[in-house]
Design a protein around this ligand. Structure first.
Ligand code: CDP
Length: 230
């Protein structure tokens, strides 16, 4: 069967990554978390003193871009794919609230987007890939055969993220997570360079009231529809 590209876009904490990872596992495709790549660049900027009082030194970051290597290590015993920054496993470090607080300004820098888009296209060269993010169906793979746009209310998304952070042992509170989600939605949808928006040919999944197994059934059905004539 000919392999396709599955692009899953949507708002932060809408459950895209869980869906995308589970789908890739079930259909034997490669999964790429494009948000992890923006998070790794953000971690680099934080570690190199490029954020002072919440302000990003864009020039310094752009200058260092050729030095920033991002790759992935296949899922191990924990079933999770790990993100590597210049060879170092930073999977845990990129999920903190500190990184979440700066990632959208970093992701709004055009040079950062160009570099990561190029890397992402490289991952999809042979198709057979599920990638999730904000601009996968619109900019990275406008020719993806299956495009999904995931939506859920900010409150539901904040509850999910608090639960996830607590499970990882990070102390946090609902109000600050909700504020971060709203702020990232605002920056992601209003930035000039490939803002978050639904691709015209994307199918919408509103998963406010759906369980994970329900949304997986929905997604498998869409995948089967798109591949049945291949
Ligand atoms: O996990 P969550 O949905 O909260 O976010 P993520 O997928 O890890 O992405 C983190 C941030 O990276 C987003 O808020 C966007 O600012 C940025 N991003 C982007 O601009 N384009 C992408 N394709 C993926 C992420």
């Amino acid at each position: 069967m000919k392999k396709i590209i599955v692009a899953i876009d949507g708002y932060s904490s809408s459950g895209k990554s869980t869906m995308a990872r589970d789908l890739a596992r079930r259909i034997g495709y490669v999964y790429v978390d494009s948000g992890a790549m923006y998070r790794a660049v953000t971690l680099y900027a934080l570690r190199h003193g490029m954020v002072v009082d919440g302000h990003l030194d864009i020039d310094a970051l752009v200058k260092d871009l050729p030095e920033i290597g991002i790759s992935f290590r296949a899922a191990g015993d924990d079933g999770v794919q790990h993100t590597l920054l210049n060879g170092e496993d930073v999977e845990k470090e990129i999920r903190t609230m500190e990184v979440s607080g700066m990632v959208s300004p970093v992701a709004a820098v055009p040079e950062v987007r160009h570099r990561l888009t190029e890397l992402q296209r490289g991952f999809g060269r042979d198709r057979g890939i599920v990638m999730d993010g904000r601009d996968i169906g619109t900019t990275v793979f406008p020719d993806a055969e299956l495009k999904v746009f995931v939506d859920a209310s900010a409150e539901v998304r904040a509850h999910r993220r608090v639960k996830e952070l607590l499970e990882k042992g990070e102390i946090t509170d609902y109000e600050s997570v909700l504020a971060n989600i709203r702020e990232r939605d605002r920056i992601d949808t209003t930035r000039k360079e490939s803002p978050l928006k639904k691709a015209e040919d994307a199918v919408v999944l509103d998963n406010d009231r759906m369980t994970i197994p329900q949304q997986m059934d929905w997604l498998m059905e869409k995948f089967a529809e798109r591949t049945k004539n291949n």
